[in-house]
Design a protein around this ligand. Structure first.
Ligand code: ADQ
Length: 458
């Protein structure tokens, strides 16, 4: 059976073999590399009169099938409903949610157009796997065109409780659309419970259809490959230069897209609190925060960028001195070997999103550590990863005092305890890696067996 992966952006490698960053791109690339297939979605380009049929480029065993969208589509579907309404709502941020009927209609229209483009190249046996919140109505649109293939959907971000989700105009339509899938996957038991309960009561007076099959399946990383990259990074000159530039102070690291859900401002403030409470640490520790800009045309992202700059400036100017800067802030992306090398040299991985579907950085940080001298992961309890990674230091990111204490605990943790915690985390990452995740989802999608008989992560 041919696998057809569908996602908003298709991350095709360029001539040098380099492709984009972001959790989904990294995961889907690994999944397709193993089994081959087709990856369909938006090219990332806008044009006034996009072709109706996808443009296909074959690279090895993977065919990349892409379509352009119009500037209006981009505003309404991508920058509008997907990223100003669905994203904040699903990250429990009702106050940031901006809904417009025109944008909702644009979201539905682009899904319909994408479905028509894919329908033109689909074969009867293809297994279709749709990804993420941009494409919730995709299967319903394919069904309208008579496509009867098995179609699965994976939701990479949280699914909030009905009191939050139900506040989103269009929520009832989205549930109806979701019911057209043969299987819906989310990362955590909490999200699966929220989603199942969404189908159990009418939303906005609208009757809801029967729930599709729902599975909680936490995404993994390519653990072996990331670990190997980290091992080789010791010899990488870029990593060596960066590490020596930081001096021999212990390093605390944060790596995130610049997004309000990631809690970057709150994290900087927690680090400030740590330095205020521990004056002896001043001059003796550095926080390296890497945060490439993301969705910068969305006003709420511009705003978080400004807040971050202000907080950073305030902390560095009030606590730093001529020979030491408490926080190094870098707004660019790095190759995976460089990231792996930086993680490996960091005594603490600070992963403190206010809400996150999973968070792959938490997993990459652990995979990159030295088995005989590993660093410590400080992890938000609101990241999906916290459901699995219980040996991390679990914190409430809304409490900067608690996060500050955890930084202190992590820096002072005896080696035996660091090793013991790391081993359990690392074994989990090996057992439940990206290959396990892909295979488990596709098995569940193709199986007629009840879901209770399928593999679970715990
Ligand atoms: P994201 O919100 O993008 O993913 P995350 O899971 O942390 O968040 O993945 C980010 C990826 O981008 C990681 O692989 C990371 O290494 C990479 N990255 C980040 N900054 C980078 C930089 N400066 N340079 C290079 N690479 C960088 C969404 C959901 C998550 C979910 C994933 C996958 O929001 O909750 O875990 O999808 O399902």
């Amino acid at each position: 059976m041919r696998l057809v992966v569908v996602s908003n952006r298709v991350s095709a490698p360029n001539r040098e073999g380099k492709a984009g960053v972001g959790g989904l791109a990294v995961a889907l690339r690994a999944a397709l590399r193993e089994r081959g297939g087709v990856w369909f979605g938006w090219s990332g380009r806008v044009s006034e009169a996009p072709a109706e049929l996808p443009h296909i480029v074959q690279r090895g065993r993977v065919g990349y099938a892409v379509v352009d969208i119009t500037p209006l589509d981009r505003d309404e579907y991508y920058l509008g409903f997907a990223n100003r309404a669905l994203w904040p709502n699903m990250h429990y941020r009702l106050g940031l949610t901006q809904f417009s009927r025109a944008e909702f209609a644009g979201y539905m229209r682009v899904n319909r157009r994408f479905a028509a483009a894919l329908a033109a190249i689909i074969e009867p046996d293809d297994l279709i796997w749709v990804h993420d919140y941009h494409l919730i109505p995709f299967a319903a649109e394919l069904r309208r065109l008579g496509i009867q293939n098995r179609i699965g959907y994976f939701h990479h971000i949280p699914w909030p409780p009905i009191d939050v989700f139900g506040a989103l105009p269009g929520a009832g339509d989205l549930l109806t659309a979701l019911a057209a899938y043969d299987l819906v996957g989310v990362h955590t038991e909490r999200d699966a419970g929220n989603l199942a309960r969404s189908f159990a009561e009418p939303v906005g007076g609208m009757p809801v259809p029967a729930a599709p099959r729902i599975i909680a399946l936490p995404i993994g990383i390519d653990t072996a490959a990331f670990r190997a990259a980290a091992q080789h990074a010791d010899a990488n000159s870029v990593v060596q230069r960066m590490i020596s530039g930081l001096g021999d102070r212990p390093l605390v690291i944060g790596v995130d897209r610049l997004d309000y859900s990631k809690g970057i401002v709150e994290r900087l403030e927690a680090f400030e609190r740590f330095l205020v409470a521990n004056p002896d640490r001043r001059g003796n520790v550095t926080l390296l925060q890497i945060a490439p800009p993301s969705r910068s045309e969305v006003p709420e992202y511009e705003q978080v960028g400004r807040q971050t700059d202000e907080t950073l400036g305030r902390i560095n100017s009030s606590l730093g001195d001529t020979g030491w800067m408490p926080i190094r802030f870098v707004k660019r992306s790095y190759t995976r070997p460089v990231l792996a090398g930086l993680f490996r040299n960091a005594a603490v991985g600070l992963v403190t999103p206010m809400r996150d579907g999973m968070n792959l950085v938490a997993k990459e940080y652990v995979a990159a550590q030295r088995p005989d001298d590993p660093g410590v992961l400080v992890l938000s309890r609101f990241a999906g990863a916290a459901e699995q990674m219980r040996e991390a230091l679990i914190v409430n990111p809304f409490d900067k005092f608690e996060v500050a204490e955890a930084i202190g605990t992590a820096l002072a943790m005896p080696k035996d305890e660091r090793i013991a915690r790391w081993r359990v985390l690392y074994e989990g990452l090996c057992r439940h890696d990206i290959g396990w995740w892909t295979q488990s989802f596709l098995d569940a999608l193709t199986a007629s067996a009840p879901l209770a008989a399928l593999p679970r992560f715990s």
